[in-house]
Design a protein around this ligand. Structure first.
Ligand code: ADP
Ligand code: MG
Length: 248
């Protein structure tokens, strides 16, 4: 299985805070890798080092064989790295279908001058994506009126529009109820396995993590403290200590 992501000795500090400290891990295609750890462990910093929002102080990030240190976010995206964005403000007044078409348009590198034609472009491809995430019946509704769980599915479809080989999901189920979380992650797992996409995700709900992750890495204070299958991580005494505060 090909590696879609290789993180090597990554370091990032903010002032005196070592947010990410000598972090190394790999992700292969078709795999769901959960990154867990308490608040402030360095998870979002790590995501932002991978997606181009932040530059590492030391170490490197290799995406599909490209060392991406110093790449801008759009350059990382154009390598086939998808990420879930919250759909906010202007995008909520557009319909579900229009949002997906916009994302597909960007993928095909069309320019803003074509936005007026967005209604007529890429309909089939957009509807296919909406079917994939199970909300094709909502295509004509404004995103702003959708149920929260359906909006999260639109966000997933948008992230899939550039046909990523690596998908970054930082708290994709934030704000969702327990049942909705399970169903969104089940859907994600099903899609990424069929499309052979590697996924790095964070998630607070440990039931979701242990059910859907193939592998788990655990961060604490910026450092990798455990890595393995869900069973291995569950039984790891350092992890139990961090999560339960007990010396198991
Ligand atoms: P997590 O996502 O695991 O909760 P973060 O990556 O957001 O953790 O934060 C890791 C540490 O880095 C925290 O101590 C946080 O306060 C600090 N940090 C994150 N981003 C910044 C920033 N832009 N400026 C200063 N400190 C930051
Ligand atoms: Mg975070």
């Amino acid at each position: 299985m090909a590696k879609v992501l290789e993180v090597q000795k990554l370091c990032k500090s903010f002032g005196g805070v070592e947010a990410v400290k000598n972090l190394s891990f790999d992700l292969v295609e078709g795999q769901l890798l959960a990154m867990i750890g308490p608040n402030g462990a360095g998870k979002s910093t790590c995501f932002n080092l991978i997606n181009g929002q932040l530059k590492p102080d030391y170490g490197s990030v290799v995406v599909m064989g490209h060392r991406i240190n110093g790449y801008r976010p759009w350059q990382v995206w154009s390598l086939g790295v998808g990420r879930t964005f919250q759909i906010t403000s202007t995008f909520t007044s557009m319909t579900v279908l229009e949002n997906i078409k916009m994302a597909i348009l960007s993928f095909h590198r069309r320019t803003k001058s074509l936005i007026t034609r967005v209604r007529s472009l890429y309909s089939d491809e957009s509807m296919e994506l909406l079917k994939l995430v199970g909300i094709e019946d909502q295509h004509d509704r404004a995103c702003g009126v959708l149920a929260y769980g359906d909006l999260k599915r639109v966000e997933l479809a948008v992230a899939l529009a550039n046909r990523p080989k690596l998908l970054l999901m930082d708290e994709p189920t934030a704000g969702m109820g327990a049942a909705e979380r399970q169903s969104l992650m089940e859907l994600t797992a099903d899609i990424v396995r069929r499309r052979n996409i590697g996924v790095l995700f964070t998630e607070h709900d440990m039931d979701v993590v242990f059910t859907y992750a193939d592998r788990i890495i655990v961060l604490n204070r910026g450092e990798l403290v455990a890595e393995g299958t869900p069973d291995e991580v569950r039984q790891n005494s350092k992890v139990q200590e961090i999560y339960l505060g007990s010396r198991a």
